[in-house]
Design a protein around this ligand. Structure first.
Ligand code: PEP
Ligand code: MG
Length: 325
C-alpha cells in the first residue's frame, strides 16, 4: 500500500456528502481478519467454502468444516459472515471428485451439484449451523441459482438441518438468513419471485459477466472480450439493483467489479447497499468512495449507461477517475 492509502485505510467509508457505504470482505479458508478489520471491513460478504474442499484430498468431515467455520465466524463476530454453500464444478474442480463434461460452466456446478448430493449439502449446512452456535452472525448464500425451485429445495434442507440440531441435540442456534446469488442471467428476471423466498441477494458479477457475454472467464483467447464494463452488463447490474429495491430485498455485490474503484463508484450510483471485495481492494475502493458524492456517482452512471461500447465506458471512467486524483 502507498503511504497515502495506508493512512486512509482506517478512516470510515463515507462519501463526500456523508453517505455511509459498508465494505465487506471476500475470502476463503482462513481470512486475514486482523487486517480486514483494520481496513474497516464490516464483515464477510463472501466466504468461499469450496477453498477448503479444493485443498483437501477428500471431502472434509463435518468436524473439520465446523472447526474452520467456527474460527472464521468468531474472528468477525458480531459482524455478519456470509458463507456460501459449496460452489464447485465449472472453474472450480475438486481433485478427488472429477466431473467430466463438455461444457463444465453450463453443467453440474454450484447448487445443481449440491442438490443432487443432499448428504454433502446437509453435512455442510450442519457444520455452518453448529459453528454459529452462540455467535449468531452466520448468513447462508446459495450459488448459481437459476430457478425458484432450487431455492425452495435448498431452504427445505437448511430448515431440516436446523430443526434436527435443535430437536435432537438441543443446540440453540438462531435461524440464519438465506440469500441467493444473482450470477445466472435467468435469475435477473426472477427477483420478485426470489424476494418471496430469500432474505437478500448478492450479485456475482464474475459469473454474470461470463454468462451475459458468453465469454469464458478463464480463457486467455477471449479475455479481451470479458469486461464488467460492457454496456449490457452495466444495464443488467443497474436493473438488478432497481428491481431489488422495488421488491424491498437487500442487495449487495461480491464480484470483482466491486473491488475496482471505478466499478465501486458506478455500483454506488446504481444503489447497491454494500460492496464485498478482496482484502487488497478495500483501501483503494474506500479512497475512491471518500472522494465522490452520490450525485457524482449517479451522473457518471447516467453517462456510461448511454455508451454503445466497452471502450467508451472505460474512456469515461478513466477521465472521471483521473479527475478524482
Ligand atoms: C462471482 O461469480 O462473481 C462470484 C463472486 O463468485 P466466484 O468468483 O467464486 O464464482
Ligand atoms: Mg460465481
Amino acid at each position: 500500500l502507498s503511504e497515502a492509502l495506508e493512512a486512509e485505510a482506517g478512516l470510515p467509508c463515507i462519501t463526500r456528502d456523508g453517505h455511509r457505504v459498508p465494505l465487506l470482505l471476500n475470502t476463503g479458508l482462513a481470512a486475514d481478519h486482523a487486517r480486514a478489520l483494520a481496513y474497516g471491513a464490516e464483515g464477510v460478504g463472501l466466504y468461499r467454502t469450496e477453498v477448503q474442499f479444493m485443498m483437501a484430498d477428500r471431502f472434509p468431515s463435518e468436524l473439520e468444516q465446523v472447526n474452520l467455520y467456527r474460527q472464521q465466524l468468531s474472528a468477525f463476530a458480531p459482524r455478519e459472515v456470509i458463507m456460501r454453500t459449496l460452489d464447485i464444478g465449472g472453474d472450480k474442480p475438486l481433485p478427488y471428485f472429477p466431473i467430466e463434461e463438455d461444457n463444465p460452466c453450463l453443467g453440474w456446478r454450484g447448487i445443481r451439484f449440491t442438490l443432487d448430493h443432499p448428504e454433502i449439502f446437509l453435512t455442510q449446512v450442519r457444520a455452518m449451523l453448529r459453528a454459529s452456535e452462540g455467535l449468531d452472525n452466520l448468513r447462508i448464500l446459495l450459488p448459481m441459482i437459476s430457478s425458484v425451485r432450487e431455492v425452495e429445495e435448498a431452504r427445505a434442507l437448511i430448515r431440516r438441518a436446523w430443526v434436527e440440531l435443535r430437536q435432537n441435540e438441543g443446540l440453540r442456534i438462531a435461524k440464519p438468513l438465506v440469500g441467493a446469488m444473482i450470477e445466472v442471467p435467468a435469475a435477473i428476471f426472477q427477483i420478485r419471485a426470489l424476494s418471496e423466498r430469500v432474505d437478500y441477494l448478492s450479485v456475482g458479477s464474475n459469473d454474470l459477466t461470463q454468462y451475459m457475454l458468453a465469454v469464458d472467464r478463464d480463457n486467455p483467447r477471449v479475455a479481451r472480450l470479458y469486461s464488467g464494463y460492457h454496456p449490457s452488463v452495466l444495464q443488467v447490474l443497474a436493473k438488478i439493483a432497481a428491481d431489488s429495491h422495488a421488491a424491498r430485498l437487500p442487495v449487495s455485490i461480491c464480484g470483482e467489479l466491486a473491488g475496482d474503484p471505478a466499478g465501486a463508484v458506478l455500483l454506488l450510483g446504481m444503489g447497491y447497499q454494500n460492496l464485498s471485495m478482496n482484502l487488497a481492494s478495500l483501501p483503494r475502493v474506500k479512497a475512491a468512495i471518500r472522494r465522490v458524492t452520490i450525485s457524482q456517482a449517479r451522473e457518471l452512471l447516467a453517462r456510461v449507461l448511454k455508451c454503445a461500447s466497452t471502450d467508451q465506458v472505460v474512456g469515461h471512467l478513466s477521465v472521471f477517475m483521473g479527475e478524482l486524483g
